[in-house]
Design a protein. Structure first.
Length: 422
């Protein structure tokens, strides 16, 4: 009997994934494919195995670590899930409402507009310096924070020297509590069975180098959940091993922002490590799914808000045909097939889907025939209304799509305070 095959487009539509995501699963080896001519085809059996998450057969395979070095594995292992992580949960409810200010300090690498910085400030930490190359994000950061910001490429020695000199001067003899950062994961792209030798991988190594040099008490790394699947968990293991070699005991798990009062189902992998022999705590969920803050809770009052550029609230204007199409999109679905992460309509009475700016395709308003404004995106990301974004609107949307929700960062900061208190 002839075996049935599916195209990447068919698999993407069937699984409600983007074609890019399907290609990543193929590249990582999680979804087996066969190349017929110049086109990849997925056998029916392989798709069923992928959907049912059956373990791959044991076999001798060659894999590559983060730096392109060949390693031999006897089994293609799947990455760990949150359920299998070694996590030390701790409640932060008692500190949530009004955390006291402390003399604990932090620097924020790849800080962007400052979502991670804002959350750590909310948790009572004092900012020392932010670092990023994104011009408009730097404008936003400097507007909203009182501490220093260094703008430039972290790989450049003069930029790094300025950063070190700034941190040293601002600390003025005090100890640095936390180095935090969400290093870009684009460099961890896959080709076949290995991580591509991408120069952007050096951004991760730069963060590791800065941690080794500054010797903070704690380190916090934030990234997209997809990092956990790269090379069957090999990237994640490499990160843990590297930081442990640098003296930092590390724990990792996936946190959902909606569990911490963020009106958004945004999942992020969070690494927390320390060199002071303390327990690494991750914040215990504050809200159960039934109690999640909803999109309506976050933005309903802005539906009739007048256009206000100074408030980052500039609604888009569409042609009547486009307005009709936007209104017709069901909640949770995308305007365009094959683009599950772009032009997606947020659910109104649930926590929003992940807020992102995807090459011009942003989230659709659940009730109005337009996409979300920057202020509405900021609300869903848990930024306070006093936090103003700089630059043209398209740059504001990129800043927001890349940002760590401040309330998620606040919860992480409170967990670190609990670790220090114990």
């Amino acid at each position: 009997m002839e075996e049935s095959y599916y195209s990447i487009v068919e698999v993407a539509e069937h699984l409600n994934l983007s074609q890019k995501t399907v290609r990543r699963h193929i590249a990582s080896g999680e979804l087996h494919s066969t190349k017929i001519g110049n086109v990849y085809r997925i056998p029916k059996e392989a798709l069923e195995r992928f959907i049912n998450k059956e373990e791959p057969r044991k076999e001798d395979v060659i894999e590559y670590n983060l730096f392109g070095e060949a390693i031999r594995k006897t089994e293609a292992k799947r990455s760990k899930t949150s359920a299998g992580d070694k996590v030390n949960w701790i409640s932060v409810k008692d500190m949530w409402e009004k955390p006291s200010h402390t003399d604990l300090t932090f620097v924020d690498l790849f800080c962007g507009a400052g979502g991670l910085s804002k959350g750590l400030e909310m948790a009572g930490f004092e900012g020392v310096c932010g670092l990023d190359w994104f011009k408009e994000a730097g404008m936003t950061y400097r507007r909203n924070f009182h501490h220093k910001h260094v703008e430039g490429d972290i790989k450049q020695e003069d930029v790094k020297k300025l950063f070190y000199d700034t941190v040293k001067a601002e600390l003025n003899g005090r100890e640095l509590t936390v180095v935090a950062g969400g290093f870009p994961c684009q460099g961890f792209s896959m080709a076949g069975n290995r991580i591509v030798d991408d120069p952007r991988n050096s951004l991760y190594k730069e963060m590791l180098d800065i941690v080794t040099t500054l010797q903070p008490m704690y380190v916090v790394c934030e990234n997209v959940v997809g990092l956990r699947n790269m090379l069957h968990g090999g990237v994640e293991r490499k990160i843990i091993e590297d930081f442990e070699e640098a003296g930092y005991k590390m724990n990792v798990t996936t946190l959902r922002a909606a569990n911490y009062h963020v009106p958004q189902k945004r999942d992020r992998v969070i690494f927390i490590g320390n060199r002071i022999d303390a327990m690494n705590y991750h914040p215990e969920p504050i809200l159960a799914p039934a109690d999640y803050k909803t999109t309506a809770f976050a933005i309903a009052d802005l539906m009739n808000h007048p256009e206000d550029k100074a408030f980052n609230h500039v609604p888009t204007k569409h042609k009547p045909e486009m307005e009709a199409r936007l209104l017709a999109v069901p909640e949770g679905k995308s305007l365009y097939k094959g683009y599950s992460d772009a032009w997606k309509k947020c659910p109104w009475n649930e926590a929003s889907c992940t807020i992102k700016e995807n090459h011009g395709g942003v989230n659709i308003h659940p009730k109005l025939p337009r996409v979300l404004t920057a202020r509405e995106m900021a609300r869903i990301q848990s930024f306070p209304d006093s936090f103003i974004f700089e630059g043209p609107k398209n740059k504001q949307l990129v800043q927001l799509g890349n940002a760590v929700p401040p309330f998620l960062a606040k919860a992480i900061g409170l967990a670190i305070r609990k670790s220090l208190n114990k």
